[in-house]
Ligand binder design. Sequence first.
Ligand code: SAM
Length: 300
Amino acid sequence: MTGSLNYDSPASLRAFLDERGLGMRKKLGQNFLINPAFRTRLVEALELSPGDDVWEIGPGLGAMTWELLAAGAVVRGFEIDPGFTLYLREEFGGRPDFTLVSGDVLKTWKGEKAAPYLLGNLPYNIAAVLLGNFIEGKRFFRRLVVTVQREVGRRMIARPGQDDYSSFSVLIAGVYKVKALMTMGGASFYPSPRVDSLGLRLDLRDEALSLPPLPLFYPLVRQLFSKRRKTVKNSLCSFVASYGMVKERSPKDLAMAALEASGIRPEERPENLDIPQFRSLALELQTRGLAACCTCRFFA
Ligand code: SAM
């Protein structure tokens, strides 16, 4: 079950696109995965059972969609390109196990029925924002298998103290256990991007759904990493000050009390804090009266 296109051959894909008057748009991160072994490995990494619901981000011309359907998945594909959506409708439109959601997934996903699994060779330009939006919007998947630009992937797997450790690492690792599956060079894609990609598997942490809500957590993480070489004390004071006075306490008093209660040295650097420490800081600030404002979002 592979459809009528030869997804492994740049020449065939080019001919097909020409025939239809379609182009590949760099700004939409359009790079087809032409390595069949990688396609199979990515879908296998989802460990699907027949009948499982899967969101596929950016099906393109359906190369991965065929693999998903062959695994028995019920697929909801989110695709923005009108030329590709037209083709996807022709190819999969009559099937009960495929639904197409056309348009920008950043706008469409909220209106769609949740699924436990997600697969996507993610468009480079929206990968981090999309994953961040899912987390902030509390749309949690049991498992995701994604391909991202290597730099983004490195941030997703980085640990405290490593150069790539960032606010995005904390955002992801607070909810998912992340495992690198494979590095894919530019030649695995058509057209070939200049940068390598990383295939990653993300598994929902058992505790992710039961943790108490911490509205300050994401704004705090973001602010502290914006000055990662400053001491936690200085960055935290600025963060608290940006909210104004709380119950007659100065920002410095409040910041120091939260640090002490969390067992964090004031001279520590934000880049060395782990997730439980960030959570503890957010909790201690909240219990002392600091409240997140409604516009405080990780991705503005
Ligand atoms: N799945 C195909 C594959 O593996 O060969 C194509 C992957 S390509 C890297 C990314 C796909 O995402 C393209 O089909 C592109 O049109 C689509 N895309 C880009 N931005 C999008 C957006 N905001 N919403 C939905 N789809 C998008």
